[in-house]
Design a protein around this ligand. Structure first.
Ligand code: PLP
Length: 380
């Protein structure tokens, strides 16, 4: 077994064999203590001081996520947004970053408002346009490239290896929001990325009952240590119960993601030619613009997220969503239950999302039930 590498499904199901050492329980306990006793010799024998820096419940999910993403270390945060923003807070005023236009809407807003107020200069470029990226980077000034792939809500695919090469050439880091693919379908560090981020609220937890985020690094370097100190001093950490619940959800990540991929592919195929559907956007469809790249860069599936553009525009799309009975109208994604949303309504003024688009997070239900639900909604 010594050279044998464990598969993701095994790492997840067994949780790297963490357990309740005190009682030999198979599942570690929940450790609510906010503080730890100092010894008479003035040391902290277990290395833990205060829960803003250390809690036993962070260790298992962090080590599991570092193993899944083939990284050197991982850090949990209280949300995906607090993880993402920490990467930018570790930059200095005047530093330049390049980001594609289409990324998770709230994060784009944050870059245009808070990050800009703090002196971070962001250049937004067309998704999938490497020539625009080459033109946008400023050697010595560009410190970070940030991509999300597939990108919310139209699922553009970025070439991670190509972005990593350009980052290296100009002395910048590449960070990848890997939320939509999950570590089961893509490992950006293996493709050259320096930092991977997830909204753990989505596929990692998978049950729509924990808000959490995570960063994983390729190298435990000075930049990583700076982010660690930003987390410790800012305190955007998970509670121990949430960290425990996240680990409980992650144990089934591999099987959930695989099923969501199968369902999303069948669902996309069922509606691609439908007379009331303008277009199905799903990286698994050969008709999708980034399909070949997705096939090259994603392992064994294209994810559970897709969007459907409805003929008849915004009003028709909202009406179809209103007639769905099984698929719930709610924001978020990556849970076991399928969700739909009229994305432009959520994003509001200034949205880049087509107004006829319904974003669908496909869950792990029996897919024929989901197809029947969409069929009846389109017909009514
Ligand atoms: N990244 C992506 C791709 C997302 O979809 C989201 C949330 O929807 C986030 C980041 C932010 O994560 P959170 O809601 O956990 O703060």
């Amino acid at each position: 077994m010594s050279d044998h590498k464990l598969a993701d499904a095994t790492i997840l199901a067994q949780g790297l064999a963490f357990m309740d050492e005190q009682h030999l329980g198979l599942i570690p306990g929940i450790f609510p203590s906010t503080t730890y006793e100092r010894s008479a010799d003035n040391s902290y024998p277990k290395g833990k001081i205060y829960t803003r820096d250390h809690n036993p419940n962070y260790e298992q999910p962090e080590q599991v996520l570092a193993a899944l993403e083939k990284g050197a270390d991982a850090m949990l945060f209280s949300s995906g947004m607090s993880a993402a923003t920490c990467v930018f807070m570790a930059l200095k005023p005047g530093d330049h970053v390049v980001v594609p236009n289409i990324i998770y809407w709230s994060f784009r807003n944050w870059l245009q408002t808070f990050a800009s107020d703090w002196g971070i200069e962001t250049t937004f470029i067309e998704n999938g346009n490497l020539a625009a990226l080459k033109a946008a980077v400023i050697p010595g000034k560009t410190k970070l490239l940030w991509i999300e792939t597939p990108a919310n809500p139209t699922w553009e695919i970025e070439d991670i290896a190509a972005w990593a090469k350009i980052a290296q050439q100009v002395g910048a880091r590449l960070a990848v929001d890997n939320t939509i693919a999950s570590p089961i379908l893509c490992n950006p560090i293996e493709l050259g990325a320096d930092i991977v981020m997830h909204s753990a609220t989505k596929y990692l937890n998978g049950h729509s009952d924990v808000l959490a985020g995570v960063l994983i690094c390729k190298e435990n370097d000075a930049h990583w240590q700076k982010m660690r100190s930003i987390r410790a001093s800012g305190g955007a950490v998970l509670g121990p119960f949430e960290a425990w619940l996240l680990m409980r959800g992650m144990r089934t990540l591999a099987i959930r993601v695989k099923q969501a991929c199968i369902n999303a592919m069948k669902f996309s195929q069922a509606f691609e030619q439908h007379p009331l559907v303008e277009q199905v956007l799903y990286p698994g469809l050969p008709s999708f613009n980034g399909h070949d790249l997705a096939k090259k860069q994603m392992k064994g599936g294209f994810g559970g997220m897709l969007s459907i553009r409805i003929k008849g525009g915004e009003a028709a799309a909202i009406k179809v969503a209103a007639h769905l009975k099984l698929i719930k109208r709610a924001t978020s994604l990556g849970g076991v239950e399928s969700l739909v949303e009229h994305r432009a309504s959520v994003e509001g003024e200034g949205t880049l999302c087509p107004s006829d688009l319904l974003r669908i997070s496909i869950g792990i239900e029996q897919v024929e039930d989901l197809i029947a639900d969409m069929q009846q909604a389109l017909e009514s």
